[in-house]
Write a protein that binds this ligand. Structure first.
Ligand SMILES: Nc1ncnc2c1ncn2[C@@H]1O[C@H](COP(=O)(O)OP(=O)(O)OP(=O)(O)O)[C@@H](O)[C@H]1O
Length: 648
């Protein structure tokens, strides 16, 4: 049976071979002019760099596929013939159709392992419908519909049960396999309408069949949606960090369910076209299919961990598996040896891939070679100039102008959690252009206070005035729209997305190709990013660097710049300098100072006294839910602040 597949070892792998881009120097000097990355990037590089996630340049894999093809063409007589290549295309068409959905699921950080038995179940149901009704249109409609329903069921369960999608879909894999046997009583189904079988066997161009054309169209459309459209970027963001994506406004739950449903529908399309071609179907039709699909995707560079992978890599992955499977049959290897050989080649390819991935994380192959020769490669930190701490001091970053009007005033805030009084009548006030540092030991109530100010929680008593008006926000979105922006240290940015894509995530500019097809407007996104970074004087020479390649200081600075897009009046920063060295801290604080000097009010939460004396205009010290000191920073010494925090 042609859909029988190799049993590949599925291992997590990540990213690409070409995706490394140097973080480059990030200098906080005078505000830079608009950055136009597009000018400096070559045409090809520009096209790939503006795709989300990291590239899946599978050069090694393409070479392997080519080498296998040449080897089989030489060693098997009939391998290099139009007929056998067409058969190979047919065999892989089902994989190509389903890998489109599976690629999207994996990139979104989830997986559906039940696609093999789902394929069987849809195939037997569509087969029964074809036999019972003798209607080709009904069969063609029912297959994808049943698949979509099964996918939807998987998606809803993954969403509602909130347990690993691997576990949920292993359970449904078993159930679907059983149901497929129940539907047919374990027997094969045949006797389909001739028009259905004609559709399955008709060649459209030369020897290229309908199934191959459908597969290519589906893959091309799916790949395009992933790398060029707004929903595609959101899928990549979810896989990179679903909490950060959700904080940026991505509807993670709904998108997950939609992806499972589309994946199921594609399984339905593949199963229906397969029964049309074979003219018969049994409950084991899809056995092992999931391994072919998942191996093709992962070999093609889609990271099992989510957030990475490109369609071009995946299509090479599909081709490699197709060539390998067909070639082993052509050279006459017995089935069991075919399985052993397939597994061995896949494990070797994945191991080579992991090796390259690891060297890339430490600066790429070139750096590894340099290190081996005893010459040190420049590190990201040395390049950026904001990493080393030797002899660096924070110094004081004085305010450039007078303070403005009061932006936010909270009075008598109280919040109880059962018997714990987290806030016991807290007053805080911050003015335009002011940096207010909020200090306090663990459990003092700092997080509770910022949750209330940012709309994530409600106070039990007390009032908040924002821009002179009393306000109560019932969501962070409301507070955000009003001009209160909060930057949490850990969920500010999606690490696997570039600076530009992080900047626009949740509010991506779009344009229409030929006035019809909506795609992300990369030029507008790059412009918006450049303007945002320039506002705080942050320079990143390559805005298409993925965030995980930036230094900690750069990441925080970019997160702050991103938060103020669209007009912020108050920015709340949750420990932006925690775990940073002195130079990186200074780099971030310079951005904070510039933010305040531009007229924004800033509340900065910190445990670090040095940060306070570098940037604060005023301080408020919280202890056990009360403000035990507040006032200008100049009125208090370092020693007194430490004693106040400790309650001495
Ligand atoms: N959801 C909650 N349920 C119960 N108690 C809570 C909750 N949130 C906070 N608390 C309690 O309220 C008090 C203040 O907590 P909060 O997290 O605001 O302190 P914090 O100053 O931010 O501390 P840290 O610096 O450790 O984050 C603590 O005693 C904490 O245990």
């Amino acid at each position: 049976m042609s859909e029988r597949t190799p049993t590949g070892t599925v291992m997590p792998t990540a990213g690409d071979l070409n995706g490394h881009q140097s973080a480059g120097p990030a200098v906080l000097a005078a505000p830079a002019g608009p950055i136009d990355p597009l000018r400096r990037l070559g045409r090809w590089r520009r096209r790939t760099a503006t795709m989300p996630g990291e590239a899946s340049g599978r050069l090694g894999l393409a070479v392997l596929a080519l080498a296998l093809f040449v080897y089989f063409s030489v060693s098997a007589e009939n391998f290099f013939q139009a007929g056998s290549i067409a058969t190979m295309g047919l065999t892989m068409a089902s994989v190509l159709i389903v890998v489109t959905g599976t690629m999207a699921l994996l990139i979104a950080g989830t997986v559906d392992i039940s696609i093999g038995t789902m394929f069987s179940l849809v195939a037997v149901i569509a087969g029964q419908i074809a036999t019972a009704t003798y209607s080709t249109p009904l069969t063609l409609l029912a297959g994808p519909l049943v698949g979509a329903l099964l996918g939807l069921a998987n998606g809803v369960m993954v969403r509602l049960l909130k347990i690993s999608p691997l576990i949920v879909t292993i359970a449904t894999m078993i159930a679907f396999g059983g149901l497929a046997k129940v539907v047919t009583g374990g027997l094969a189904v045949s006797d389909f309408p001739p028009s259905l079988m004609r559709l399955g066997r008709t060649a459209v161009v030369g020897q290229v069949s309908v199934q191959v054309i459908v597969a290519l169209v589906i893959f091309a459309v799916g790949g395009f949606v992933l790398v060029r459209t707004r929903p595609g970027l959101r899928v990549y963001a979810m896989g990179g960090d679903s909490r950060a994506a959700s904080a940026a406004g991505v509807a993670v739950g709904r998108t997950t369910v939609a992806l499972f449903t589309v994946n199921g529908a594609l399984v339905g399309v593949a199963a229906t076209l397969t029964i049309a071609r074979l003219g018969t179907v049994d409950p084991l039709t899809g056995q092992g299919f999931e391994f072919a699909v998942l191996t093709a995707a992962i070999l093609g560079g889609v990271a099992f961990a989510g957030g990475s992978g490109r369609p071009l890599g995946v299509i090479i992955g599909v081709a490699t598996i197709g060539i390998l499977q067909a070639g082993l049959i052509f050279i006459g290897l017995r089935d069991y040896w075919q399985e052993v050989a397939t597994g061995a080649v896949l494990v070797t390819a994945l191991a080579a891939d992991q090796l390259l991935e690891r060297t890339r994380d430490t600066g790429g192959l070139l750096a590894a070679v340099r290190r081996a020769r005893g010459r040190s490669a420049p590190t990201a930190e040395a390049e950026t100039g904001d990493g080393g701490d030797s002899a660096a001091t924070l110094g004081r970053l004085p305010r450039q102008g007078p303070l403005g009007a009061t932006v936010l005033a909270a009075r008598g805030l109280r919040r109880d959690f059962g018997s714990v009084q987290a806030l016991r009548g807290v007053d805080v006030e911050v003015r335009a252009g002011e940096v207010l540092c909020l200090l306090g030991d663990n459990g003092a109530g700092k997080s509770t206070l910022i949750k209330i100010l940012s709309g994530a929680d409600r106070a039990d008593a007390g009032t908040v005035e924002f821009l002179g008006e009393p306000v109560t926000y019932s969501s962070t979105r409301q507070a955000r729209d009003a001009g209160i922006r909060t930057v949490y240290q850990d969920l500010a940015l999606v690490p696997t997305l570039s600076v530009v894509h992080n900047f626009v995530l949740g509010d991506e500019p779009t344009r229409r190709i030929a006035g019809v097809v909506p795609v992300r407007d990369e030029a507008a996104a790059a412009r918006r990013t450049a303007a945002g970074l320039a506002e705080l004087g942050i320079r990143v020479p390559d805005p298409y660097t993925t965030v995980r390649r930036l230094s900690g200081g750069q990441r925080q600075a970019v997160a702050i710049a991103r938060a103020i897009v669209g007009g912020a009046r108050l920015v709340i920063l949750d420990e932006p300098t925690a775990a940073l060295g002195v130079r990186q801290t200074r780099y971030v604080l310079e951005a904070v100072r510039r933010l305040a000097d531009n007229g924004t009010a800033v509340i900065l939460i910190t445990h670090d006294i040095k940060t306070v004396f570098a940037v604060a205009d005023s301080v408020a010290v919280l202890r056990l839910g009360r403000v035990v000191h507040s006032g200008p920073v100049d009125d208090v010494g370092e020693h007194s602040l430490v004693r106040l925090m400790a309650g001495l």
